[in-house]
Write a protein that binds this ligand. Structure first.
Ligand code: ME8
Length: 642
């Protein structure tokens, strides 16, 4: 049976500054849904990308003294790095400067023109450059941009217009009669009262006063208005009017376009009107979530109050960052970001509730059963409440994930986790353990706890994607035990399951100390301990050290040593043997076939009876462990590093 398609999109972001927590929120929300839908068995298409044209970018590039293309290329790389860092599993990344997109936008514009929905006239009005939005006098609020409250400029020029006014009735019908289309429902009234009721005016859809945009194919002194260009991405990325992709018919109409509230107007009025004019189906849902605010205002590049997500991911881990944002933002409303709330939440939910539940349970199975439960069971009324809650959880979570109430879904999961911690105290396994005749009852209590951990972590896995597999390893769950469908069942783990002690999942954070350090880092005035450097060397000193790229042909432990691994390296010069003290941190078989970096002209030395001809480079971690420095895979073996 073929899988049912599910198409979800983030807005395509302006690469006019580095991404921040606000961008992360929408992208994480979509990632949660994409992972969850994949686990449910859907054929997911998750699209994100960047919206690279327009006057704002042109200006920024000019200020930076680079071409607009160079300017966006650099920032797009940062967006992509961030998405990789925080585990965003997008299936496609569109850039509006991609050739295929430009080609499609030109064709879309031409089709709208040929059909009579676009006509040439003169634009007289106001323009807000930061928002790339045209406004009429009547739409301004106190003479300023109604979206961002900034000054607008007079604008008058020959321009093409899109007949938005022709779609008023149809749009009103769409918004009022199709309750699924725009959510949360409060946004519907906003759209009707603020935009449709006052009368939709035709929309200016071309500009001649700057160049950085998609040229109108049949009149190339005009560039296409950036929103017509940008909104089209949702179909051009599927191959609409281009030959780069051909899955438009599979995925369109989109299941949901996700965004924050300030751009709902574009998605629930202009975009459906464009699609109506093109005779295409409308997206099934437009969802406008609230803003993440910081110091009382929308967190944003232009307000400068941004928090760097790389820093948070590095300090607390990706899962903690993902969890915090998705747990904290209430359905449809704004959410004030605060470092204190974040750290408190990590301590209370992740370290205390989930982390403790897993570590206590696993530790007790090890302590009382040597790690492997016995199969005998003695059930009790005292198990019912917890087990009923766990059995009912999948439906509750699915309903809330499907309706984008992420914070409700997560809070429901943590209610069960808290209940499980209480269940430990109620059943006092340490008391049961003292009485040999209560062994089966003890096994039942611990098994129930393992089952609750299994169920809750499956449901959490679209958020905590790095930690949940570690938990599954600790509780002895097989891959099959943790498929989505099994989160609705109990008694899935083997009765005589074997657990494994693992690392601390979420270390508790000392809030006062951490806040002070974090604020200093975020302010760019890090008060982290200064690193003592070795005495300075000259470039000539450095040049004496020959660093090269090698390929691991074989790797095995050194017999007389717990620390050393023995590598045979293809060094591009006939091969050599190098010993490295990383046996505690790597399995030899995981390193074979990997490219590494090494010091090639180090004097050979004998260690534990084996010769070592060089040194493999690794980074020293704070806890004293080591991480190898892997070069980019495209770098040829033997290349010199400097
Ligand atoms: O609007 N809180 O791009 P953009 C929550 N290119 N979400 C936030 C946020 C915050 N403080 N700040 C940003 C554009 N976002 C257009 C979109 S789509 C065809 C074109 C998120 O870079 C949120 O999703 O200004 C918001 O809608 C989006 O970033 C705006 O990103």
């Amino acid at each position: 049976m073929s899988k049912k398609p599910f198409y979800i999109t983030t807005p395509i972001y302006y690469p006019s500054g580095n991404p921040h927590i606000g961008h992360c929120y929408t992208t994480l929300a979509c990632d949660l849904v994409a992972r969850y839908k994949r686990m449910q068995g859907f054929d997911v298409m998750f699209l994100t990308g960047t919206d690279e044209h327009g006057q704002k970018i042109e200006k920024k590039a000019e200020e930076a003294g680079v071409t607009p293309q160079k300017y966006v290329d650099d920032i797009v790389e940062i967006f992509k790095k961030l998405w990789e860092r925080i585990g965003i599993t997008y299936d496609r990344f569109i850039r509006t400067t991609d050739d295929y997109h430009v080609e499609s936008v030109q064709k879309i514009f031409k089709e709208l023109y040929d059909k009579g929905f676009i006509y040439k006239s003169e634009y007289v009005g106001k323009y807000c450059t930061p928002c790339e939005a045209f406004w009429t006098e009547s739409q301004l609020v106190n003479g300023k941009c109604p979206d961002c409250n900034r000054e607008v400029a007079d604008a008058r020029e020959e321009a093409y217009f899109f007949k938005l006014s022709a779609f008023s009735e149809k749009l009103e019908k769409l918004l009022t009669e199709n309750a699924d289309f725009l959510q949360p429902a409060s946004r519907v009234n906003e759209m009707i009262n603020n935009f449709i009721k006052p009368g939709l005016e035709d929309l200016c859809v071309s500009r001649t006063s700057f160049k950085w945009g998609v040229p109108v194919e049949f009149d190339d002194k005009h560039v296409v208005y950036v929103w017509i260009d940008a909104l089209s991405n949702y179909i051009t990325a599927l191959g609409y009017k281009n030959s780069r992709y051909d899955d438009y018919s599979e995925y369109w109409p989109a299941d949901v376009h996700m965004m924050a509230k300030e751009i709902v107007r574009f998605h629930s009025i202009i975009w459906p009107a464009m699609l109506m004019a093109l005779d295409l189906p409308l997206p099934k849902k437009v969802y406008g979530h609230g803003w993440i605010t910081f110091n009382g205002a929308k967190m944003g590049k232009s307000t400068g109050n941004v928090i760097d997500p790389f820093i948070l991911a590095d300090r607390y881990g990706v899962d903690a960052l993902r969890y915090h944002l998705l747990r904290e933002m209430p359905f449809g409303s704004d959410c004030a970001f605060s470092n204190e709330t974040m750290i408190n939440r990590l301590n209370s939910d992740l370290a205390n509730d989930l982390g403790n539940l897993v570590s206590r349970t696993v530790a007790m199975v090890i302590k009382y059963f040597d790690g492997t439960l016995i199969s005998e069971r003695v059930e009790s009324e005292a198990d019912k409440e917890l087990l009923n809650m766990a059995a009912a959880l999948k439906d509750v979570v699915e309903e809330n994930y499907d309706s984008f109430h992420f914070s409700v879904a997560l809070s429901e999961i943590f209610k069960v986790i808290s209940r499980a911690n209480k269940y430990i105290d109620e059943n006092a396994p340490w008391v049961l353990a003292k009485d040999e005749s209560k062994k089966a009852r003890l096994a039942t209590v611990l098994y129930n706890l393992l089952e609750v951990i299994r169920v809750t972590t499956i449901l959490l896995s679209p958020v905590l994607f790095t930690t949940t597999p570690k938990i599954w390893e600790q509780i002895g769950a097989t891959n099959d035990d943790v498929i989505w469908g099994k989160s609705g069942e109990l008694n899935v783990l083997r009765k005589n399951v074997t657990v494994k002690k693992g690392e601390v999942l979420f270390p508790r954070i000392d809030i006062d100390k951490e806040i002070e350090e974090l604020n200093a880092v975020l302010d760019g005035k890090s008060n982290a301990p200064k690193i003592e450097l070795e005495p300075e060397i000259t470039i000539d000193d450095f040049m004496k050290c020959e660093l090269r790229v090698g390929l691991v042909k074989s790797c095995e432990p050194v017999k007389r040593s717990e620390k050393l691994l023995k590598f045979q390296i293809d060094d591009g010069m006939g091969g050599r043997q190098i010993l490295s003290g990383i046996a505690k941190y790597y399995k030899p078989e995981d390193l074979i076939g990997k490219k590494i970096t090494f010091v090639a002209n180090l004097k050979p030395a004998k260690l534990c009876g084996e010769i070592s001809q060089g040194m493999i480079l690794s980074a020293e971690m704070e806890d004293g462990s080591a991480k190898l420095i892997f070069p980019d895979e495209s770098v040829p073996v033997g290349s010199k590093i400097r």
